[in-house]
Ligand binder design. Structure first.
Ligand SMILES: [Fe+2]
Ligand SMILES: [Fe+2]
Length: 244
């Protein structure tokens, strides 16, 4: 892959079938039957680079995904949380967990985002970072007055004041509270400010190059092409519109 390589499926109309997850229950479902009926020599389902998206480098790095794939709110939210942790003198484990805590929301998946985010990064960071990324999600729902953490006012707005988290969230939060790495995940929740607090300042992924270089095991083949247990997740973010 290089930036002057030809677009795939040249000369054809490339139809995009949205992933079931972005489709189901929305009332705006794509009509699979109609699209299948349009298939002919000129109409195919998209595979490979989508010209509507920036082209990824041959060997994508973590920060390439921040630059070329993640939505703006996610980029600023993650970089902002990381920067606040660094500015407070937190160690690299805490700051790295902040950088990655919502990474699945960048362009992959929102439900159970802490659990997904932990799996996406697990092969490339230390175990404590992965753990904190996973458990920040349940711990967000649980106040800890001893460290000044309250149930987020933003969650009252997002979900309604009477929202009750499901049993698995309460179970996993309870487990996390009694774990040796509790404070690492708890600190993530403390630096995890609401997205609208991050809009005042724009953060630049390039400013985090050295920090990421120290704390993320970048595979030489590029993320997506290294045959780790998470490679397919990175490839899905490179080619989010692939039919299969
Ligand atoms: Fe989160
Ligand atoms: Fe967050």
């Amino acid at each position: 892959m290089s930036n002057n390589r030809p677009w795939p499926q040249a000369g054809r109309t490339r139809m995009i079938a949205r992933s079931p997850l972005g489709n189901i229950g929305t009332g705006d479902e794509w009509d699979e039957d109609a699209m299948l009926a349009r298939m002919d020599d000129n109409h195919v389902f998209m595979m490979g680079d989508n010209p509507a998206l920036p082209r990824m480098p041959d060997k994508p790095s973590l920060l390439d995904f921040f630059k070329y794939r993640f939505n703006k709110i996610a980029v600023n939210h993650l970089l902002g949380a990381c920067q606040r942790a660094i500015d407070d003198g937190q160690n690299d484990t805490v700051a790295m967990a902040c950088l990655l805590h919502d990474i699945s929301n960048g362009c992959l998946i929102r439900p159970d985002h802490g659990y997904w985010s932990a799996q996406i990064v697990a092969p490339y960071v230390n175990e404590e970072v992965t753990w904190a990324v996973k458990y920040h999600q349940p711990l967000r729902y649980i106040a800890d007055p001893a460290v000044g953490y309250e149930y987020p006012p933003s969650y009252r707005k997002f979900f309604g004041a009477d929202y009750q988290p499901p049993e698995y969230i309460m179970r996993d939060a309870e487990f996390a509270k009694n774990h040796q790495w509790y404070m690492t995940a708890r600190l993530v929740t403390l630096y995890d400010h609401y997205f609208f607090a991050d809009t005042a300042k724009q953060y630049n992924p390039d400013d985090f190059t050295d920090f990421v270089g120290r704390n993320f095991r970048q595979p030489p083949e590029g993320l997506g092409f290294d045959d780790s247990p998470a490679s397919h997740m990175w490839r899905t973010m490179i080619w989010p519109n692939n039919f299969l």
